[in-house]
Design a protein around this ligand. Structure first.
Ligand code: HSE
Length: 385
């Protein structure tokens, strides 16, 4: 097998290192040569002996010896052209590009099918945690009912830091940024966009439907304050950025929002930059995938697994129908903080502290709750349960 890697940043170099270190073992196990023929990036880099450096990705996709093209440049413009070109040349593709699969998955999978080429994207969700492949293969006996999890490590790191080090959002963000956690476009992490890309990919496979990414309502963590975290804690909850997708009577419910999770739940205890994905299905009932959601070797581990997967017989298809039946998940319990005591609110917990009145409501439709809150200045988060 000959491989061309396009994009030699953090993850790309991790893939080069792993494939170099593990070459002998992998070749022995799969009884075939596994070698990187090209590394492509705009910045000149030093590659192991025998690997050809190029700045022009066409060198890779036009080389008839190349079996697998690994796309690790990210984004939805040039990366899309590269992937479509590679598939149209009959090359297998491995990518970590969550935004691209979320936005243009349907076109990419159709192109792969037309060309009898394989495309794998485990590294696009949950970094190194195997979740795309297990959900698509090992849970095949099951109908998936719900997927829920923490899919963005950066925001989880920030929320953890706010709690453990008693910091405000901005202070925690500065530290996360200094450690290199935050994406170049911080909005992807902070506004829940990255988590929305990932839940779309999981939901697409779980419910066997394509749908428009723009239909996902994502709220990030910018409005999570230390004060609300403290109040949540007093009520036995922690605030996490939760991505969720589930079957509804009318279609698929999908949502990304800061959510109060009972401290007794495993998900509430997933801290730092760790990710977790909880899948509820009809036979296995409940399964949890937990691990590191980002990092050089962590993500490269998933990329290398996908590269090796192209050697095996492909049992995947993405012959999904397109659906418009995508809805926000609005029937929930809610946390409310406001300045006045609320009459007629159906709640299960309440306390007041200083000028604040804090409630956990019973299950209610968001529009009905908003009607009751008309005229109030309030902060509101979802509550799981
Ligand atoms: N920005 C992403 C995160 C990187 O924080 O989870 C991994 O996809």
């Amino acid at each position: 097998m000959k491989i061309g890697i396009i994009g030699l940043g953090t993850v790309g170099f991790g893939v080069v290192e792993i494939l170099t270190e593990q070459k002998e073992r992998l070749e022995k196990q799969f009884q075939t040569e596994i070698s990187i023929k090209y590394g492509c990036s705009l910045e000149e880099v030093t590659l192991p002996k025998g690997v050809i450096y190029t700045q022009d990705y066409h060198d890779i996709i036009n080389d008839s010896e190349i079996d697998v093209v690994v796309e690790l440049i990210g984004g939805t413009t040039i990366a899309k052209t590269i992937i479509l070109d590679a598939l149209n040349k009959g090359k297998h593709v491995v990518t970590a590009n969550k935004a691209l699969i979320a936005h243009d998955g349907q076109e990419i999978f159709e192109t792969a099918k037309k060309n009898n080429a394989k495309i794998y994207y485990e590294a696009s969700v949950g970094g190194g945690i195997p979740v795309v492949v297990p959900a698509k293969e090992d849970l095949i006996a099951n109908e998936i009912e719900k997927i829920e999890g923490i899919l963005n490590g950066t925001t989880n790191f920030i929320l953890t830091l706010m709690e453990t080090d008693n910091l405000d959002f901005d202070e925690a963000l500065t530290i996360a940024d200094g450690l290199g956690y935050v994406e170049a476009d911080a909005s992807l992490d902070l506004d829940g966009i990255d988590a929305a890309h990932k839940i779309q990919i999981l939901a697409m496979n779980a419910f066997e439907k394509f749908f428009d990414y723009q239909k996902i309502k994502a709220t990030g963590i910018r409005n999570v304050t230390k004060k609300d975290m403290d109040y949540a804690k007093q009520l036995g909850y922690r605030i996490k950025l939760i991505a969720q997708a589930k079957k509804l009577d009318q279609g698929i419910g999908i949502d990304v929002s800061p959510t109060l999770i009972s401290i007794k739940d495993m998900v509430a205890n997933v801290n730092q930059a760790y990710n977790v994905v909880e899948i509820t299905c009809n036979y296995l009932e409940n399964v949890i995938f937990y691990g590191k959601g980002a990092g050089r070797y962590v993500t490269a581990s998933a990329v290398v697994s996908d590269i090796i997967k192209t050697l095996k017989e492909d049992m995947w298809n993405h012959d999904y129908q397109y659906t418009d039946d995508i809805y926000p998940i609005t029937y929930s319990k809610y946390y409310i903080r406001c300045e006045h005591e609320l009459d007629n609110l159906d709640y299960e917990m309440y306390f007041s502290q200083k000028k604040d009145h804090v409630y956990i409501t019973n299950h209610i439709e968001l529009v009905d709750l908003q009607k009751q809150l008309q005229g109030e200045d309030y902060t509101l988060f979802k509550v799981r349960g």
